[in-house]
Design a binder for this molecule. Structure first.
Ligand code: FES
Length: 152
């Protein structure tokens, strides 16, 4: 057998031996993708930015709020503080100075604006200017283990 014939023969053999492995791997990946999308579609929807008939959007669950002490919804630009179903506060994440987003500074117990340095307390009051007005507050309620905020 010539060298070229041997290489062709060996190449086809090698390809034939890897083909079933590659097909199985592709099949498993497809199954994983299918199961992921299935599990996503079966998981409960905990946030919805489509307001209900009363104008409330779902920000998260009471359990999530219990675990972290706050919920952030970047689509609605809202942060909710509270423990479970009690003492709920929903604030806008838009700075009242010129509208930049404020960030949670949990270690400092404040919301701070990186644009010009304003800081706000967790009840929305101004701790440090240049902002003059408190963060806008929204109506918030717990219903069926969901945290709902009336935005807009
Ligand atoms: Fe927030 Fe100016 S926009 S401090």
């Amino acid at each position: 057998m010539k060298r070229r014939e041997f290489l062709n023969w060996a190449g086809i053999g090698l390809l034939a031996s890897y083909l079933p492995v590659a097909l199985v791997a592709c099949s498993q990946q497809e199954n994983n993708e299918t199961s992921e999308s299935t599990s996503e579609s079966q998981s409960p929807e905990t946030t919805s930015n489509v307001p209900d008939e009363q104008g409330y959007v779902t920000i998260g669950t009471a359990q999530e709020l219990n675990e972290s002490g706050y919920l952030v919804d970047t689509q609605s630009n809202v942060i909710v503080f509270g423990n479970g179903n009690n003492n709920l506060t929903a604030l806008s994440l838009l700075c009242t100075h010129q509208g930049c987003n404020v960030d949670l500074k949990k270690s400092a117990n404040s919301l701070s604006c990186a644009c010009h340095g304003s800081e706000f307390a967790f009840d929305g009051k101004v701790l440090k200017g240049p902002a003059q007005s408190p963060l806008s507050a929204f109506e918030v309620k717990a219903e069926n283990q969901l945290i709902l905020v009336k935005v807009g």
